[in-house]
Design a protein around this ligand. Sequence first.
Ligand code: SF4
Ligand code: SF4
Length: 379
Amino acid sequence: MNKKLKFLTVAGALAAVVIAGSLFSSRLWGEKAGKAALAGPLVYSQGMTAAQFAAANNLPPEVAAASFGSREGGFHYYDMNALPSDGLRASVERELALYNERASKNWLKIILKFVMWAAFLLTVFPLLRRGLVKGALRNWLYLAGVLIFGVALGADPSPMGTVKDAIVLYGQSGAVFLPRLKALGIFLLLVVLANKFICSWGCQLGVLQDLYFRLGRSAGLKRWRLPFVFTNTVRVLFFIALILAAMMGSDIIAPVDPFKIYSPLALTIWGAGFVTLLLAASLLLYRPWCHLLCPFGLVGWLAEKISVYKIKVDYAKCVACGACEQACPSTVMGAILKRDRVIPDCFSCGDCLAACPSGAISFSAGRRQRPPADKFKKS
Ligand code: SF4
Ligand code: SF4
């Protein structure tokens, strides 16, 4: 089989495995019940109990109870003066949004995913530290990430979802779903501990894009490296648009959410087209979603600034050959090497570690050194 045909077969087979496997696993996990919603204007009257209010408006009893300001269970008499200042409807919509969030979650799957994340990341971390993540092993690890965190455990939760859904939920209903904020806290803590390690090895969409990028590289496709000032400007503008749209009640990511490749029945025609385009772009560009659009990509990039473990250069050993910069799939290694003021996202892939001929690069704790003034001057 010639190289081109082999490449097309592998790329197509990977997409087919992801879609067919995800269809199968979503069937196994089962669908969660449909969402409760307010139909029309609220029906209420003075002296109504929460139970009567729930029945009259076809609401779950706990939503009615919580909307009345009682979270301790017992239904209290409705008192117009005790209404929250933003009104009963806003209160019901907020409680309904939180109810739907809780009801849509498969907590067993979520716990299992976090346990698997812990096990997987703790396996990869020492390998990366010792510079053992390279070649075929890296591709197998990415494939394992796709199969475990995407195909088997689905589109939700994800680092991206914790930021995007928190913004959308708050913008649409004013509700704050605490379990999601805790998950976001865990992801950000991981970034503070070890760079974008969660994105590198744990995000189901990140590993899929990375795998396609490696496929493109192995087929000899030309690699495009977009300037960080361009990708980050697009990402910041998109983040602002996400917030503004959420405040107006819309979710601009939902119709094209590429994570839904792991939930194929939820993919719209636009979503299917977008994810196909994204994976095709990933053959040439390193993690296009992460660099251009992902809200967690942006937040994580900011948190990266205080990461404990990160890629560092020992200039006493560095022979200034530029092999690491060449090997890096994006522009970040060049910026780290020359200690630029703005360092783009580093996805802790280990390409630079494997490429350095003098062992000058490490994934270690501590501050980055500055290169000697004449280190990279051409003689
Ligand atoms: S930046 Fe990429 S890897 Fe990180 S959460 Fe977003 S999609 Fe996933
Ligand atoms: S090759 Fe680039 S992205 Fe990968 S670990 Fe090194 S600096 Fe980070």
